[in-house]
Design a protein around this ligand. Structure first.
Ligand code: 5GP
Ligand code: ZN
Length: 146
């Protein structure tokens, strides 16, 4: 189990700083995000220190991702007012990651306008089908390079 002494989430995993636990097992810990963007906002973190999604292997991914649905289901079942949920995983400072220990935000949704919002810009007019094919080919080529 990797541990980073400078990492706030590693400290939370070891209960070296106070936290409000929702669920925990040998692989993950789920605890309330201190900001409570919406009520019940929960973070799911792997117990081993890994900075972001780029550091996962398939085994860690299978172990961590397999826990997320049951935690999401428990949050939803905890309050009939919850009618949806955003699951958000930020990777890199440019992508709004502020704590460099991988984590998944489970953000229960109660209404269309509340503490959380996302914007998807439609840039489809900027791409021809050929350009889309080139973008996809560049990514696809990485699988054969593995
Ligand atoms: P990020 O911006 O990296 O995706 O999210 C980091 C999250 O960690 C933020 O939503 C922030 O509120 C939460 N956070 C930071 N420090 C603490 C802490 O000490 N305790 C808890 N419970 N959450 C924290
Ligand atoms: Zn850590």
């Amino acid at each position: 189990m990797a541990y980073d002494a400078d990492c706030i989430f590693c400290k939370i995993i070891r209960n070296e700083i106070p936290n409000t636990v929702v669920y925990e097992d040998d692989v993950v810990k789920a605890f309330l995000d201190i900001t409570q963007v919406t009520p019940g906002h929960t973070l799911v973190v792997p117990k081993t220190h890994v900075a972001d999604i780029f550091g996962y292997d398939a085994d860690l991914a299978a172990a961590v991702f397999s826990r997320i649905p049951k935690i999401a289901q428990a949050i939803k079942a905890s309050d009939p007012a919850i009618i949806g949920m955003n699951i958000v995983n930020n990777n890199g400072k440019v992508a709004y990651q502020s704590v460099l220990h991988s984590h998944f935000h489970l953000i229960p949704r109660y209404q269309p306008t509340e503490g959380f919002a996302m914007t998807f810009t439609d840039n489809s007019a900027d791409y021809t089908p050929e350009q889309l094919q080139q973008v996809a080919a560049k990514i696809s080529a990485q699988f054969s390079a593995e």
